[in-house]
Design a protein around this ligand. Structure first.
Ligand code: ATP
Ligand code: MG
Ligand code: MG
Ligand code: MG
Length: 370
């Protein structure tokens, strides 16, 4: 029988819509002669619903972002068995009704409650195979504070930062201001566990700090502040696990993001709304030796957080040529326009092959401790 792949998307984070778009493209690209697809949406409230297998619904229509709504399907809970997981519908009035088993879950979720190890933990508990990073790796990579600590422990160069915890922000505002001032303005204020640039502000003067922190706090009570890396080039590359057991992960070509000067940085709109605001140059125009250094650091970052399956690693290159590691994303945006599929296409792995490779990697992987 064909392996059944549960594509899980939407979710409780601010990146709900991006996840839906990603899922639509994966559902369109996955080889139906090879796999059966079970689309499972998670609403913004966290309700799981069995969705229609209609990828066209999961796209931007007339400028409206797609979303999962509970009316779209039946409530679903995921249960484990020894080798395959069962998808079971449950409602207050009904006896549970089994929809079928799944061989692998493709968690196409970005942000907290999906990309952060929580879903991965549920799947580990149930003994169900899944695509991508495991519990610890997902959790560390989602939280920019712990991510940086792990990178630093591996000797990887990160952007100077400070963390504003909820209690420090509530009880010692002036200490927070001093900490930030010691980084030197301008700074970037970010939700610690976020993505797609949502909730991020570039702050040029101390007077702007409070509003930026309050905005970030609407997404995460824990806030990260970073020194701005000025006049930097922004580079990204993709990492992909190898299907050959024991082989090192592969790293894609390096790409560059050139943000329109009218924008302060690579923000949400430049990523998903107005395509003219950021140009993706794939591959980046750079010295071969410099590209090799970036690719090596991407592999080191992947290994540092014990990542599996896939990741996109983001960098800054300072005007003096020094490379800084910005972050790793364990479930990068995966729409056909996104950077991750584009760097792989430029490296000879087209989108459908990329999807197939990820599912095969997950099917190969043992469940349990590894
Ligand atoms: P994603 O996961 O979608 O890549 P994110 O929400 O995790 O995004 P970052 O990648 O940390 O956020 O930052 C988003 C963008 O903000 C960067 O691509 C860059 O343009 C800008 N930026 C972030 N931090 C800095 C910094 N310290 N100096 C200069 N620019 C920065
Ligand atoms: Mg990120
Ligand atoms: Mg992200
Ligand atoms: Mg980034």
């Amino acid at each position: 029988p064909r392996p059944r792949v549960a594509v899980v998307f939407g979710g409780r984070s601010s990146e709900h819509a991006v996840s839906c778009i990603t899922a639509g493209s994966v559902m369109r690209a996955i080889d139906r002669s090879k796999y059966d697809v079970v689309p499972v949406g998670i609403t913004l409230d966290g309700e799981w619903v069995l969705e229609a297998d209609e990828p066209a619904l999961l796209a931007v229509t007339d400028g409206r972002m797609p979303s999962v709504s509970a009316a779209d399907g039946q409530a679903v809970v995921l249960l484990g068995s020894s080798s395959r997981g069962s998808l079971v519908t449950l409602s207050a009035s009904e006896v549970p009704h089994t929809l079928g088993e799944v061989d692998v879950v493709f968690p196409l979720l970005h942000g907290p409650f999906g990309e952060d190890g929580t879903l991965q933990g549920l799947l580990e508990m149930a003994g169900i195979r899944y695509v991508g990073a495991g519990v610890l790796s997902s959790a560390v990579s989602m939280d920019k504070h712990y991510m940086k600590m792990i990178f630093q422990a591996h000797g990887l160069p990160v952007v100077p930062y400070a963390v504003l915890s909820p209690s420090e922000w509530a009880h010692d505002r002036s200490a927070c201001a001093e900490t930030v001032a010691s980084l030197g303005y301008p700074v970037f204020v970010k939700p610690c566990r976020g993505g797609s640039s949502i909730g991020i502000t570039k702050v040029s003067r101390p007077e702007g700090l409070e509003a930026a922190v309050e905005l970030a706090r609407t997404y995460d009570p824990k806030v990260l502040v970073e020194a701005a890396v000025e006049s930097a080039r922004e580079l990204e590359c993709g990492v992909l696990g190898s299907l050959t057991p024991g082989a090192l992960p592969e790293v894609s070509v390096v790409a560059e993001i050139v943000v329109d000067p009218s924008r302060e940085f690579y923000d949400f709109d430049a990523k998903y709304v107005s395509e003219e605001d950021a140009k993706l140059i794939v591959p980046a125009v750079m010295e071969e030796g410099d590209a090799v250094a970036v690719r090596r650091m991407a592999a080191q970052a992947f290994a540092a957080v014990s990542c599996e399956g896939l990741a996109r690693v983001d960098f800054f290159v300072q005007p003096d040529g020094r490379l800084l590691l910005n972050e790793i994303n364990t479930m990068p945006g995966f729409t056909p326009m996104s950077m991750f599929p584009r760097v792989w296409a430029a490296s000879g792995v087209e989108y459908p092959e990329l999807v197939d490779r990820l599912v095969q990697l997950a099917l190969q992987r043992p469940t349990g401790l590894r």
